[in-house]
Design a binder for this molecule. Structure first.
Ligand SMILES: C[S@@+](CC[C@H](N)C(=O)[O-])C[C@H]1O[C@@H](n2cnc3c(N)ncnc32)[C@H](O)[C@@H]1O
Length: 198
């Protein structure tokens, strides 16, 4: 059975939703959402990644793999994926779902340390499902700067947020910043922000 078919199996979706909710009950601030991203948002996140590339694609906070599955369905080779997740339970699930991806159990906010020795070359893209707005602004900025330092020039840092404004301060950053329209077909509605070094 293909990965896309597995994604559509309702009992699997219910299982992933159950694990997600359980994790939220344990640590709402770290989860930042009660349910995984919906398919429209996940597809939009994946659409910013070039499937024809060959370099690493980093995902921060993949959770149960909603966006990861969309990346694979978009044509990104799972071998390119480097998934950084804090929850050991989610790491186990991600290993089952994406056996050829690199799963890193660690803290995405200490990205240089967490990814030491994990990237063979600078990344082609980074997608993040981290609930950034639960962290203070300097920590969000540090994450963005560290991440861009691990990526090729011009490579997209793709972040979704339920907030109405950019989840990282952009004034004077010198970055190219591209917000999407509001994605209403997600609960709650979200927006995708893309940050690139010129
Ligand atoms: C809002 S959920 C997003 C899950 C998934 N990307 C999605 O869109 O359905 C946030 C995820 O970030 C993870 N997370 C939170 N803090 C983290 C950290 N410091 N390092 C790595 N992952 C973290 C949580 O465990 C959770 O899986």
């Amino acid at each position: 059975m293909s990965r896309v078919a597995v994604l559509r199996r309702p009992e699997k979706r219910r299982e992933y939703d159950g694990k997600f909710l359980k994790s939220w009950l344990k640590n709402p601030l770290r989860m930042g959402a009660v349910a995984p991203s919906g398919p429209v948002l996940a597809r939009r996140m994946a659409s910013y990644v070039d499937p024809a590339g060959t370099g690493p694609v980093i995902e921060l906070g993949p959770g149960t793999g909603a966006i990861t599955a969309a990346l694979v369905a978009h044509g990104v080779d799972p071998k390119r994926l480097v998934l950084v997740e804090y929850s050991m339970d989610f790491c186990r699930l991600l290993r089952e779902r994406f056996p050829t991806a690199t799963i890193v159990h660690g803290d995405a906010y200490a990205l240089n340390r967490t990814l030491t020795g994990r990237l063979a070359e600078p990344a082609d893209a980074l997608v993040s499902g981290l609930p950034l707005m639960t962290r203070p602004e300097p920590i969000r900025l540090k994450l963005l700067n560290e991440a861009l330092g691990l990526m090729k020039p011009g490579a997209p840092f793709v972040q979704f947020t339920y907030s109405v404004t950019s989840p990282v301060p952009i004034k004077g950053s010198g970055l190219i910043v591209t917000p999407s329209e509001r994605i209403w077909r997600n609960i709650p509605p979200a927006r995708v922000w893309v940050y690139q070094r010129p």
